[in-house]
Design a protein around this ligand. Structure first.
Ligand SMILES: C[S@@+](CC[C@H](N)C(=O)[O-])C[C@H]1O[C@@H](n2cnc3c(N)ncnc32)[C@H](O)[C@@H]1O
Length: 253
């Protein structure tokens, strides 16, 4: 994969080499540990407040939840939401290249999970350790016809889509098409997304408008995301933490 395909705010630290590593251990050491990347504790809290009760109702009726992690990387947010793991548990699970091969928690509800990402290594890891039942490796900004079809089908079939710290990497038309594919299914379904501050605020505003045009707003919260790197602190003087807005939306009835 060419790393130039990944778009990043130039004032934000680039982590592309970590996303394409063979295991999540560099992600753990250089992002989770080094930058106090605690955002999944809050993604989980939001999921538990606004999505988990509905998911548990479905489980009570014997239904399997079709779950998609869009731009999933190694699946840290899936570990938080589907497996109920917190920041410390995810770090501990990814402590070394042996330990990370097995997820040290159980799914909290019956789910069919699909991971989607440009990183073939991250998707191979997610599938081999059982985090993802299915994966699609695709550059969402320039997918092959086959990958586009697989991504659209996953979005349309999904009950729950999670896309954390990621929509900012995608072109506006791509985001529109992804939300359209999700929105078109005639059933209840939820999307959890988040927006980082202080990076790419104009893009975040545009993405929020696209979401609100197509989906119904359910709720939001503001939290810490992670510490800013020394480079980012130079680019944004006076800021120590990157902050997060987490939104939950649902398909319109
Ligand atoms: C910041 S990470 C987010 C990982 C995880 N969702 C989280 O919240 O920690 C962004 C992910 O987006 C993926 N990504 C970036 N550009 C992409 C593209 N054009 N198509 C598909 N995935 C892409 C990267 O490979 C990386 O795994």
């Amino acid at each position: 994969m060419s790393q130039s395909k990944i778009k990043t705010d130039e004032k934000k630290q680039h982590f592309d080499d970590i996303y394409v590593a063979e295991t999540p251990v560099p992600f753990k050491e250089r992002i989770l540990d080094a930058l106090d990347y605690i955002s999944d504790d809050f993604n989980r809290r939001m999921f538990d407040r606004l999505i988990l009760p509905w998911v548990q109702e479905k489980a009570g009726r014997g239904e399997t939840v079709r779950y998609v992690d869009l731009c999933a990387c190694f699946g840290n947010t899936t570990m938080a939401t589907v497996y109920g793991m917190d920041y410390e548990a995810i770090r501990h699970n990814w402590r070394d290249t042996d330990a990370c091969r097995r997820i040290e928690a159980e799914r909290r509800f019956p789910a069919h999970t699909t991971g989607i990402d440009i990183s073939g290594n991250a998707m191979a890891y997610g599938q081999s350790c059982g985090l993802f039942d299915d994966t699609v490796v695709a550059d969402l900004n320039a997918p092959s016809a086959e990958a586009k079809q697989a991504v659209d089908a996953a979005m349309e079939n999904a009950d729950v889509v999670i896309s954390t710290a990621s929509l900012v990497y995608l072109e506006t038309d791509v985001i529109k098409a992804l939300i359209d594919a999700f929105a078109r299914a005639p059933r209840e379904g939820y999307m959890l997304v988040n927006f980082l501050n202080p990076f790419s605020l104009d893009k975040a505003d545009e993405t929020k408008r696209l979401l609100l045009e197509r989906l119904e707003f359910v709720g939001s919260m503001a939290t810490r995301h992670r510490r800013m790197s020394p480079l980012e602190q130079e680019n944004y003087p006076g800021e120590e933490w990157s902050l997060l807005e987490i939104w939950v939306l649902r398909r319109r009835p």
